[in-house]
Design a protein around this ligand. Sequence first.
Ligand SMILES: [Fe+2]
Length: 386
Amino acid sequence: MSIYQRAGQIPHKRHIVFRNPNGNLYHEELFGTEGFSSTSSLLYHLYPPTVVKELGEPINHRPEIAFEDNLKCLSFLGFDVPPTADYLESRKVFFVNEDMQIGIACPSASMTYYFFKNADADEMLFVHRGSGRLKTMYGTVAFEYGDYVIIPRGTVYQLEFDGTDNKLLFIESHSPIRSPKRYRNELGQYLEHSPFCERDFKLPTEFETHDEQGDFKIMIKKRGLVYPYIYGNHPFDLVGWDGYNYPYAFSIFNFEPITGRIHMPPPIHQQFEGHNFVVCSFVPRLYDYHPEAIPAPYHHSNIDADEILYYVDGDFMSRNNIQHGQFTLHPAGVPHGPHPGAIERSIGKKETGELAVMIDPFNPIKITKEALKYEVADYHKSWILK
Ligand SMILES: [Fe+2]
């Protein structure tokens, strides 16, 4: 994140003596996700963050791959995934490549008896249904329908939900998830042509210090295995922190769409990027206003990226019979385009209420066995005129 934040107490310079009222030193920790060369935060703990009491046996969370090679358009019904009380169990990975995992989670209960830390990946949780709070050592990020919640690798967190009907589209990225560079100047400030700016981000609030000792279970994910760690101190024991590395949220409804007289290409919808992938937000907007404009997208040959669309709300104008929570995967190598009738149907239309998230992985996607449970039969034949 390109916005400097601070909370609680911090010393007037970094890396100097900083004591509590009893004269004991606080414990400084540098937290960055790319060595010492990118954004980081300095954290001041009451206790050392190293006090491990017990280690449990790792639990396998590696997704099972059904097939590695694919040149077929596929579709899957994300909302058919049943709710699961446990958060980690609820995360169902559908798509995998060397850069990322993509899936859907339908957790029906808050995390109460453990914390989670993903040492493998930055996480993006898109909140399709439900609301609640992401609790971290940096403070709390409240979330609701339409929010992207971004959690840097290594952040210890708990999710607290307001209800039981929660549906989260998620990405695990092995590289930082950031807004596109072209939206920011060399100092990180959002430029005038960006579809969002600093005011649109939901930053951590309600900073609290938890001075608690006992047994605190942190489930740590590393290379697909989840290791139960028992620590002797509450993980949210900071008296203060500052820096640029922390979780935050962004509402898709704050994405200001860029429109034109004739069809604008997908990059104008870009929301985030990571190494070898982009995320785009398709939001309600006015259609192209040239008198002869065709608002539906042209057929196109995505030869260098797989395209995954996740349908959130509204009627998606280029597709027939699409449900909320449905994924489509259009693999690199074969052209795709609007369904029969969609182009003609779009002419003369003034606006769309469609809401969708598109994820374009540049390396080919492998399909998991979990995804196949929810496959839409013969989606690849859905362009045949009936
Ligand atoms: Fe496309």
